[in-house]
Design a protein. Structure first.
Length: 220
């Protein structure tokens, strides 16, 4: 008989005072960026590591009253782009992909029980689905004006969500490089490069790697 998948052990890493997201701002973000962004909040794991990853009830404040007290914009997690063409039925489905090949469940496991849980999540390159990150970078290298456009759109997004000099967690070197060269150092508190969650690594080792890069000690 298959047992319930083990949850990530709890730990903490204070980020300072976190102001509750007001409902009107949550709704405005859902309307403007819900098709490309999300929050680092997921339903609990079931019998399998990927189970419930696309359960969007947890991101509905009417069904999850604790949601607005959980999410925050102190930290912004940033990936590169959509790996394929998608059309979401509900807002905030990015990073909650039920596709059997998707690796979003590793993010859930890595951040569960930390103060990074609840962070805002988005892509730096929007409206440009492509599987290969190298192909994305080749396209951007050949079209430098598009890089500037995407960086400016990211700035607008950060301003819209009322995030002031956030800690930015960049999934993968490509994302990190775009942000490092595109943003002014005064625009963020810190910029941290994390291993991309699509990397061939177990969820346990991915969590260990992420926490090590963030300087968080996991409880025994």
């Amino acid at each position: 008989m298959q047992g319930t998948a083990k949850s990530a052990p709890p730990l903490t890493s204070p980020l300072g005072y976190t102001e509750m997201i007001p409902k009107f701002l949550f709704d405005a973000i859902a309307k403007k960026y819900g098709h490309v962004a999300s929050w680092a909040v997921w339903a609990k794991t079931g019998n399998k590591p990927k189970s419930n990853i696309a359960d969007m009830h947890v991101l509905d404040p009417m069904l999850n009253p604790a949601l607005l007290e959980t999410i925050h914009t102190n930290v912004v997690m940033v990936a590169l782009n959509f790996s394929r063409e998608v059309s979401f039925e509900l807002p905030f489905m990015n990073f909650h992909d039920p596709n059997p090949y998707a690796q979003d469940y590793k993010i859930r496991y890595a951040f569960e029980g930390t103060s990074f849980y609840g962070s805002y999540m988005t892509d730096i390159i929007k409206d440009f689905p492509m599987l290969s990150s190298n192909d994305v970078l080749i396209h951007l290298r050949d079209n430098p004006s598009k890089v500037r456009t995407q960086i400016d759109r990211f700035r607008e997004e950060i301003t819209f969500i009322k995030s002031e000099r956030p800690t930015i967690l960049a999934f993968g070197k490509q994302t990190y490089d775009l942000l490092y060269h595109g943003l002014n150092r005064k625009e963020y508190t810190s910029l941290v490069q994390l291993t991309h969650y699509s990397h061939q690594i177990s969820k346990e080792n991915y969590r260990k790697d992420v926490l090590q890069k963030l300087g968080i000690q996991q409880e025994n």
